[in-house]
Design a protein. Structure first.
Length: 121
């Protein structure tokens, strides 16, 4: 129920939005893209797509941003808005993949490691 009411509030907030190319507008596109990129990267990691999780998060977030620019309520396609969203998606997906989620070690990378354990008593 909370998810439905949250989505409803977001839709109501978007209805009053007007398009412009101000710094605040583009910053909101960057932040929105970063949030979506981070979220989709975490979802991809959760469902086992660990090696390509950043690309998946970036691709889905950028795709949603581009499709959103074609939405009938918009005044037309804005390359600036789509680019700001893609920049945010890249930042969010890369940051989440590299600094928040567990590192991925693929078998093809040739990684060799040493684990040292000492019990302090």
């Amino acid at each position: 129920m909370k998810v439905k009411s949250g989505c409803f509030v977001l839709v109501l907030m978007a209805l009053g939005a007007e398009a412009n190319d101000s710094v605040n507008s583009e910053l909101s596109h960057v932040i929105g893209g970063a949030a979506m990129g981070a979220g989709f990267t975490a979802i991809a990691d959760h469902y086992g797509y660990r090696e390509n999780r950043a690309w998946i998060g970036f691709g889905i977030s950028t795709g949603i941003g581009i499709i959103g620019e074609f939405f009938p309520g918009n005044s037309g396609f804005s390359l600036l808005d789509a680019s700001a969203n893609a920049l945010g998606a890249a930042i969010g997906a890369y940051g989440t993949s590299e600094w928040i989620l567990t590192p991925v070690i693929s078998p093809d990378s040739g990684y060799v490691g040493l684990t040292f354990y000492y019990n302090f008593r």
